[in-house]
Design a protein around this ligand. Structure first.
Ligand SMILES: [Zn+2]
Length: 227
């Protein structure tokens, strides 16, 4: 390499670094199960390029729902990654890494791309939401993840309808619908709840934000829908 070429390479590297704003998050997706039937279907009907864009879009959407316009107000995450793997279940998130089951993708009936997008919105929420320092119950954590999926317009048809379910913290769609009701009482409720969950967790957060305890809110919610 000549000196002139070396200078060009260095300048290119400096420009590449400068192009990434401070605190920028990177998104990546890989298919580690592309030899399996489900992995082949992922490549055919979803693709890593599209999935990577979903991780980015879903992250921006989480910041909007959680009202975290600047990186300083968010969880300190540098990279969100997705790996399609030959695993059981649907998907799980560990730290900043999302793992999606190829078998699950292979078994989806209907619109694969839309279903996978919805699952990725749910999992991306796990990357960004606060978990009450591990004290919040799992039902609420899953409910917030499905709430973000719901607000993004990716709630699947098999979900419970508003007003259905037995307990506020039943999790997933049941809790997501209930949180949507709470947010209708005070827009931005979920953002405030998530912000409080940075330092710990107490059911009293509901009363602190809405002036009614969570059991009363659940009763009001059921009553609204005739339950
Ligand atoms: Zn989840």
């Amino acid at each position: 390499m000549t000196m002139r070429h070396a200078v060009v390479v260095v300048v290119a590297l400096v420009l590449a670094v400068a192009a990434a704003p401070a605190g920028a998050v990177t998104f990546s997706a890989k298919n580690a199960a592309s030899s399996t039937a489900g992995g082949k279907r992922f490549d055919r009907e979803v693709g890593t390029a599209y999935a990577r864009k979903v991780l980015s879009d879903a992250s921006s959407f989480c910041w909007k729902v959680f009202k975290q316009p600047s990186s300083g107000s968010r969880k300190p995450v540098a990279a969100v990654t997705l790996a399609v793997e030959d695993i059981g279940g649907v998907a799980f998130t560990s730290g900043d890494g999302i793992h999606l089951s190829a078998k699950y993708v292979g078994g989806i009936t209907g619109d694969v791309k839309k279903e996978v997008t919805g699952v990725l919105y749910h999992e991306t929420t796990h990357v960004w939401q606060w978990n009450g320092q591990g004290q919040a119950n799992g039902g609420l954590i899953e409910g917030i993840a499905d709430y973000v999926r719901l607000k993004a317009g990716y709630a699947p048809g098999h979900w419970v309808k508003p007003g259905q379910g037995d307990r506020w913290d039943q999790g997933y769609d049941v809790t997501a619908r209930f949180l949507d009701y709470c947010d209708s009482l005070k827009p931005g409720f979920v953002a405030l709840l998530n912000a409080k969950m940075k330092g710990g967790y107490s059911d009293a957060f509901f009363a602190q934000i809405l002036g009614k305890n969570v059991q009363q809110l659940w009763k009001d919610y059921k009553k609204k829908y005739g339950g």
